[in-house]
Design a protein around this ligand. Structure first.
Ligand code: SF4
Ligand code: SF4
Length: 562
């Protein structure tokens, strides 16, 4: 089996030699022997190479070069230098390299294939890739068939059309991501290197087949950030007219930074997501894309068949429920510990509330949000917490500029304009800047967590906890305590450390006042004080700061999507 790493390979060789071939693809295993700054796509895709595979390896980038250094020790391998420039001299040299590769592959697989057969295959390839380009916009199903027959790669993109259109650019994307976007009600054109664009070119067949194949590869259409000089991102955006663009990059890949600037100038709604292929799930990516798509839908017409609307926000620490009537009046707000089973807690909360309100299930429209929303299968609608917080807070206050939500396990800063989400940042990986950090502080200082706020306001001495990492901060707190500093002063320093972390997130999204502080930690007066001191503005805390996400979910139920 031939295994290739990048779609800028001479596919015609593989077809003409009639040798099975496939592309490497990421999985959740990580190749540990590579340097930690090798990109996450490469680290996990290298694991899909089997010992008997014959490699045709494009020198795509530093990461791929380092992977090659390992693989060549165990596998029969051929290295292909694809030049970045495309002029006559470069083209001839590349054609010569391709001719040598052709001879070596024939020898390796013991095939006697005349050049005339390669010419025929190349002519078929060019013809089919032109048909593929036409079919991309008109007949995606036909495009899928052509793409799969040319590249032996599974089609990763839509075969249906939809009113919302998402253009994917950047590095390799998976079927899972495309499916997620489709399930959110949009169709996808994949212009990353797992899509069809590396196979498309405008060239006419040349008399020398190697020069012709070289020319096809060098004049490929938009795909790869490494060949940034000929990326035609603006043209693609203008011809596809996407509702939104997702700029998808791999961790430690630097090739697509300029695409963000181009997209900003084009004024097309877009979101940048960075994936760590080897870490498995991609919850944050889903939330970012989900929030972008939700901002493009309009929630405006009242739903006709229900009298009550319930929003359930399934967070990692607690599950929140808000019930409203058809006029948007809040009837009830409930909170329960989430525990090990988010679906069970949501169900219990729903039953309890229905009994209290004396309403039957047929009368209720349920919208789920929060990290556990996918588990709540009895909800009629699932919406990201970003959108729900924006709607909930905007219902309570007018012209909000920024929401800072600090929960037990995560924190987020959301920038709004006219009640709509324009940018946001989430921290769900690191304890610093979340309620988890306060739990650590409370347990070291043997103080109930609810008392931290009041205690820190009694502080008389300024101390400094310099680390932003919860683990190091923990040892700093222990050391301050052993030096005899007062609890109140240490708690205040801990609040100030969290505030610095949150402020950095606020700056990243270019936040602006008025700022509403939500989440369980919003009730901590000491943290509010530390944030206000650092930011120089007063923060608004709603009466029930924990339930704003659930309120937003309930309000979405009240409004039908159009
Ligand atoms: S991103 Fe570019 S160089 Fe890297 S594998 Fe894809 S096409 Fe090849
Ligand atoms: S994602 Fe970027 S760094 Fe990784 S292989 Fe592709 S081009 Fe190279």
């Amino acid at each position: 089996m031939i295994v290739y790493n990048c779609p800028l390979v001479p596919f015609e060789f593989f077809h003409a030699l009639k040798v099975p071939f496939r592309r490497i693809r990421p999985n959740s295993i990580e190749f540990q022997k590579l340097h930690p700054n090798v990109c996450s796509f490469c680290r996990s895709a290298v694991c899909s190479v089997e010992p008997n595979d014959v490699l045709v390896w494009v020198d795509s980038c530093d990461s791929m070069r380092r992977a090659y250094d390992f693989l060549k020790k165990t596998n029969r391998s051929f290295y292909l230098h694809v030049p970045v420039k495309n002029d006559k001299v470069v083209l001839r040299a590349f054609a010569d390299e391709l001719r040598k590769l052709w001879e070596k592959l024939k020898e390796t697989f013991n095939r006697e294939v005349p050049v005339s057969e390669l010419e025929e295959t190349h002519s078929w390839f060019l013809e089919s890739s032109k048909n593929l380009e036409k079919a991309l916009f008109e007949d995606p199903y036909k495009a899928k068939e052509l793409f799969e027959s040319l590249s032996n790669q599974e089609w990763i993109g839509s075969t249906k059309k939809d009113t919302l259109k998402v253009l994917l650019v950047g590095s390799w994307v998976s079927e899972e991501l495309v499916k997620f976007i489709e399930d959110s009600g949009a169709c996808v054109l994949n212009a990353t290197c797992s899509g069809p664009y590396a196979l498309l070119s405008d060239i006419q067949m040349k008399s020398n087949v190697f020069e012709s194949i070289a020319s096809r590869i060098l004049s490929k259409k938009l795909v790869c950030g490494r060949f940034s000089s000929d990326r035609k991102l603006s043209e693609l955006v203008k011809s596809f007219e996407p509702s939104a663009v997702v700029l998808h990059t791999a961790k430690f890949c630097d090739f697509y930074h300029f695409d963000g600037q181009i997209l900003e100038k084009l004024k097309v709604p877009f979101v940048s997501v960075e994936e760590n292929f080897s870490s498995g799930g991609f919850e944050q990516t889903k939330t970012r894309i989900g929030a972008l798509l939700e901002s493009l839908k309009r929630f405006s017409k009242p739903a006709l068949n229900f009298s009550y609307f319930i929003g359930i926000d399934s967070g990692s620490t607690s599950t929140k429920l808000v019930a409203i009537d058809r006029s948007g009046n809040i009837l009830l707000q409930e909170i329960l510990k989430t525990g090990a089973d988010p679906k069970e807690s949501a169900k219990r909360l729903l039953m309890k509330s229905s009994q209290e309100l004396k309403i039957s299930h047929e009368d209720v429209f349920v919208v789920a949000t929060g990290y556990g929303r996918d588990a709540i299968d009895f909800a009629q609608e699932r919406v990201t917490e970003i959108t729900c917080h924006a709607i909930g807070v905007s219902y309570l206050y007018e012209n909000v500029g920024t929401i800072i939500d600090i929960g037990g396990q995560d924190s987020k800063v959301i920038r709004l304009e006219d009640g709509k989400v324009v940018d946001f940042v989430m921290n769900d990986k690191c304890a610093a800047g979340t309620g988890r950090f306060l739990e650590i502080v409370a347990s070291i200082l043997e103080t109930p967590i609810e008392a931290l706020g009041e205690e820190s306001l009694k502080s008389k001495q300024e101390l400094n906890i310099s680390s932003v990492c919860a683990v190091f901060a923990e040892s700093e707190i222990i050391s301050l305590r052993s030096k005899g500093y007062h609890k109140q002063d240490i708690i205040r320093a801990a609040h100030e450390a969290i505030a610095r972390r949150i402020y950095a997130m606020y700056q990243r999204v270019k936040g602006r006042p008025p700022i509403v502080l939500t989440g369980g930690v919003a009730l901590n007066k000491g943290l509010k004080w530390a944030l206000e001191k650092l930011m120089g503005v007063e923060l608004i805390v709603p009466k029930n700061p924990i339930t704003t996400g659930a309120l937003g979910a309930a309000l979405i139920g009240l409004q039908q999507k159009t």
